[in-house]
Design a protein around this ligand. Structure first.
Ligand code: ZN
Length: 275
């Protein structure tokens, strides 16, 4: 049996059905104690009210998703994006979320220069470290699937995330989020996760459906797709990770259309049979 205390419901899994307040209450009904917060939902009530609801219900925020998208080739735009990231760090601190998921940003179509986009993301990241440190939150670099490199993230592999961690040199602040959906295909995954070691500060779970219809919004429930999730879990644990397992299923055609209490019930079941 996996420890249910380590099971965190990422708000993405019930994004269309529940507000943050409803999600916190649903998690309590399911006898769970952790949530990974989606920032747009946090904005609806603000961090002070969210902190009050979390504390009042005995639910812990394991993370805040997301901040980033700092690869613009326009200097003013990029500076504005970095300011926004700093605001997210402050919000995470207010709700006592230990980590903010960092999504680098895509290729800027105005310069079509992926190498430059990566450099800008890395430089921007380094400049954000002092603020995250002062706020007491970790920056969880999340490599995303290369199919969304154009729009979301020029950071596609755990190997590259390790290189960015090496380059920034702020091990107390910059870590890595391993999301099964984003990295399962990577032939270097095992060695990259081993190298990441204690840098791993978040672990996200969902499955890749064979007939996937949408690269962002058609994630599968654990056990319904082709990812060997237990194998990846063992990799991150062998690397030293002992933190929460966040179930993050963006699913416009299936899970978002279901009764959210039922979704959480299935998550709990699959957590024991497919994780
Ligand atoms: Zn994720």
């Amino acid at each position: 049996m996996l420890d249910e205390k380590l099971l965190s419901i990422h708000q993405a899994t019930v994004l269309q059905q529940w507000t943050l307040k409803q999600a916190i209450e649903g998690i309590v009904r399911a006898k769970l104690g952790a949530i990974s917060v989606w920032r747009d939902k946090l904005k609806e009530i603000g961090p002070a009210e969210a902190a009050r609801l979390l504390d009042g219900n005995g639910v812990a925020a394991t993370g805040l998703s997301f901040a980033g998208l700092i690869t613009s080739c326009d200097k003013a735009e990029a500076a504005k994006a970095r300011d926004e990231v700093r605001r997210v760090f402050d919000e995470a601190a207010q709700i006592k979320a230990p980590a903010v998921v960092f999504v680098a940003g895509g290729v800027d179509p105005r310069d079509k220069d992926i190498a430059a986009a990566r450099s800008r993301a890395l430089e921007g990241l380094a400049s954000l470290v002092p603020h995250a440190r002062a706020a007491g939150v970790k920056i969880a670099l999340e490599p995303l699937h290369p199919m969304i490199c154009a729009t979301r993230s020029v950071l596609s592999t755990v190997r590259l995330a390790n290189q960015w961690c090496d380059a920034v040199g702020a091990e107390d602040v910059v870590g890595i989020a391993v999301d099964t959906y984003a990295v399962w295909w990577d032939p270097e995954l095992e060695e990259s996760i081993a190298k990441a070691g204690k840098r791993i500060c978040a672990f996200h779970l969902s499955d890749w459906l064979v007939d996937t219809q949408d690269l962002r919004l058609d994630r599968g429930m654990m056990g319904d797709g082709v990812i060997d999730i237990p194998r990846i879990r063992r990799m991150v644990e062998a690397a030293g990770y002992t933190g929460p397992r966040e179930v993050e299923i963006f699913s416009a055609r299936n899970w978002w259309k279901r009764n959210p209490d039922e979704v959480v019930r299935v998550v709990k079941e699959r957590y024991q049979t497919a994780v």
